[in-house]
Design a binder for this molecule. Structure first.
Ligand SMILES: *[C@@H]1O[C@H](CO)[C@@H](O)[C@H](O)[C@H]1NC(C)=O
Ligand SMILES: *[C@@H]1O[C@H](CO)[C@@H](O)[C@H](O)[C@H]1NC(C)=O
Ligand SMILES: *[C@@H]1O[C@H](CO)[C@@H](O)[C@H](O)[C@H]1NC(C)=O
Ligand SMILES: *[C@@H]1O[C@H](CO)[C@@H](O)[C@H](O)[C@H]1NC(C)=O
Ligand SMILES: *[C@@H]1O[C@H](CO)[C@@H](O)[C@H](O)[C@H]1NC(C)=O
Ligand SMILES: *[C@@H]1O[C@H](CO)[C@@H](O)[C@H](O)[C@H]1NC(C)=O
Ligand SMILES: *[C@@H]1O[C@H](CO)[C@@H](O)[C@H](O)[C@H]1NC(C)=O
Ligand SMILES: *[C@@H]1O[C@H](CO)[C@@H](O)[C@H](O)[C@H]1NC(C)=O
Ligand SMILES: *[C@@H]1O[C@H](CO)[C@@H](O)[C@H](O)[C@H]1NC(C)=O
Ligand SMILES: *[C@@H]1O[C@H](CO)[C@@H](O)[C@H](O)[C@H]1NC(C)=O
Length: 502
């Protein structure tokens, strides 16, 4: 705690010494550039066993000790109207939400749940009525448990058909209003974390790589199989949209990926090569097939037979299947060659590189390294044909129990939005920026760190929301003002313009 207050003091003096006075405004961005904020269904909605929703693998894993009952999260399921009002007051152009597959189609396949359908129709209409553009992610980690039980979920190619059928329902029911669809949230991270170290997916992993007790699975092969099936499910869904919906609905379908930026730890040639290899493994794993129709050569060479092959038809299907790329970026790490060779190979030993935190960053506290986001956007521009990009997550965690005066979040957002502007000015086709997250969410990995512009009191049955200083800053920024950091000196939270608690 003491260290935390020490940091706050440092940031306070930084943010308010004038060095951080805003040197740009949103009006410097191209016409039509979208600013928004984001949540995910599982972390925001709650109401996990209400109105016909069935469990997802997240319910099962996170609450295996106590069933899935009693999870309220932010209670967004019941409070969505208030929340949309808060978004409207803040001045958001757009809001990124995800659909809970097992709320809409409880068994993963088959009948649609009318109450789930109604909830998403209402939420999307409420956004639209307030002039807020919905960006909808179809899959944000929450696979219906029924499909995991039936055939192992993403490990089996049957998922491609079921995912496409689920997307078909979403396009048909919501596509007249929703114009921006992301198929799968950070498939690279999901494949790695769930099937590499067995963290969320029912302990799918093999010793000695596990963080949890592995009970099934194969770390040598499954991350590659799972990502392959995710790419095929994405591509099949994108084709469905182009064939059956695009001419009527005129929207676009993209995929997201988790985009660490990486820089060599030393100037040694080994570290330079390891950094490029890590970029190919972590970023190219998703981007290369989308742009060139196959995985990077270095992956083919190292992973060999364990890396699934695309048939000619599949390669054609995956190539150019994304209308835009959704970038999820939080931080940058050093990268160093790690040539140790365990008896059983996994993704990390194939990549043969380790990540070393930069500066004071830890898993739950991250430094302000905005040049890393510029690095990602420039890399996409130069290596992958400069497609349209939406930054769909970017934000800084802070201690949930700290005061509302979250200047360190403002410092981060101010610097990273400036980085986006630099990239756009240098030719990146970035079209939008979504801060993560609109409010403090149910952070099931470590609830002490939250990302919200709004504080949520999880001890309060009403889940009261209160604006943090960053909410005021973002609202001021969205209004086109150039002196928000300066002005905030004079804003007291009780007299905040336009932003209210609920
Ligand atoms: C289990 O869930 C119930 C709600 O159904 C809740 O009251 C109880 O505190 C939970 N127990 C634990 C240990 O989380
Ligand atoms: C794995 O299981 C053993 C025995 O049940 C237990 O002692 C250990 O703490 C578990 N490890 C993890 C990481 O859950
Ligand atoms: C994992 O799969 C590989 C390749 O099929 C195989 O050689 C290895 O024995 C498997 N490992 C386990 C623990 O099943
Ligand atoms: C389709 O969308 C594009 C941009 O997203 C827009 O320029 C065009 O006018 C739209 N066409 C129709 C028919 O709505
Ligand atoms: C790390 O923390 C120290 C002291 O808290 C600070 O002086 C330094 O600037 C920080 N480093 C970075 C990269 O933010
Ligand atoms: C700006 O773009 C040019 C041309 O693509 C590139 O050579 C240069 O490295 C970029 N600058 C930065 C700072 O990324
Ligand atoms: C969260 O913070 C509390 C109080 O500081 C501490 O007891 C707890 O261990 C922390 N939880 C985690 C997951 O770090
Ligand atoms: C959160 O809500 C609880 C229960 O209503 C209340 O006792 C507590 O003071 C609240 N905490 C904060 C920080 O507002
Ligand atoms: C937004 O900007 C206008 C001037 O452009 C100003 O009159 C208004 O007070 C601002 N609103 C907020 C909430 O800052
Ligand atoms: C802040 O308030 C002080 C005194 O209340 C005033 O002198 C100063 O001009 C204000 N600053 C801004 C940027 O409004």
């Amino acid at each position: 705690m003491e260290l935390f207050y020490f940091l706050v003091t440092i940031c306070l003096s930084l943010a308010f010494s004038g060095r951080c006075s805003d040197d740009y405004s949103r009006n410097d961005f191209p016409e039509g550039f979208v600013f928004g904020s984001a949540v995910s269904a599982f972390q925001w909605e709650g109401a996990v066993d209400e109105d016909g929703r069935m469990p997802s693998v997240l319910d099962t894993t996170v609450h295996s000790s106590n069933g899935s009952s009693g999870i309220i999260a932010c209670d967004g399921y019941h409070k969505y109207k208030e929340d949309v009002r808060l978004m409207y007051d803040m001045g958001l152009d757009a809001f990124r939400l995800s659909i809970s597959w097992s709320r809409l189609i409880p068994s993963g396949r088959g009948p649609v749940n009318p109450k789930g359908l109604l909830f998403y129709k209402n939420l999307i209409q409420e956004l639209k009525r307030h002039g807020i553009e919905p960006h909808v992610t179809l899959y944000h980690d929450d696979l219906p448990q029924a499909l995991e039980d039936e055939y192992g979920g993403w490990k089996d190619r049957k998922i491609i058909k079921d995912f496409t059928a689920y997307a078909d329902v979403c396009f048909r029911e919501f596509g007249n209003t929703v114009k921006f669809w992301s198929t799968i949230n950070e498939p690279n991270m999901l494949a790695l974390v769930n099937y590499g170290v067995g963290f969320l997916s029912q302990t799918n992993c093999t010793p000695p790589f596990e963080m949890v007790n592995c009970t099934k699975g194969n770390t040598s092969t499954e991350p590659y199989i799972v990502l392959h099936n995710m790419l095929l499910a994405h591509a099949s869904t994108a084709r469905l949209y182009k064939q059956n919906y695009k001419h009527k609905q005129n929207g676009s379908v993209g995929i997201t990926f988790f985009a660490f930026w990486m820089v060599p730890f030393t100037t040694s040639e080994e570290d330079e090569i390891a950094t490029q290899r890590a970029k190919d493994f972590l970023l190219g794993w998703v981007l290369h097939p989308l742009v060139f129709g196959d995985y990077p050569n270095v992956m083919r060479r190292i992973v060999g037979k364990r890396l699934p092959c695309f048939s000619e038809e599949e390669s054609y299907l995956v190539k150019d299947s994304s209308d835009f790329l959704g970038v999820i970026h939080y931080t940058t790490t050093y990268t160093t060659a790690d040539l140790s060779s365990p008896s059983q190979r996994d993704f990390l030993s194939d990549m043969a590189a380790s990540m070393i935190p930069i500066g004071n960053s830890t898993l739950f506290t991250i430094d302000v390294l905005p040049w890393g986001l510029e690095g990602v956007l420039e890399y996409i521009k130069q290596n992958y044909g400069n497609p349209p990009v939406y930054i769909l997550e970017n934000g800084r965690p802070t201690n949930h129990h700290s005061p509302l005066n979250d200047v360190e979040r403002i410092e981060y957002l101010h610097a990273y939005i400036a980085a986006v502007l630099n990239s756009v000015r240098n030719g990146s086709e970035t079209k939008g920026y979504f801060q993560w997250s609109f409010m403090d969410l149910f952070e099931f990995i470590n609830s002490n760190y939250t990302y919200g512009l709004y504080y949520v009191n999880f001890s309060d049955p009403e889940r009261k929301r209160s604006p943090k200083t960053s909410a005021l800053w973002y609202s001021c920024f969205l209004n086109g003002t150039t002196t928000c950091s300066q002005d905030l000196k004079n804003i007291s939270l009780s007299s905040s313009p336009g932003l209210s608690s609920s």
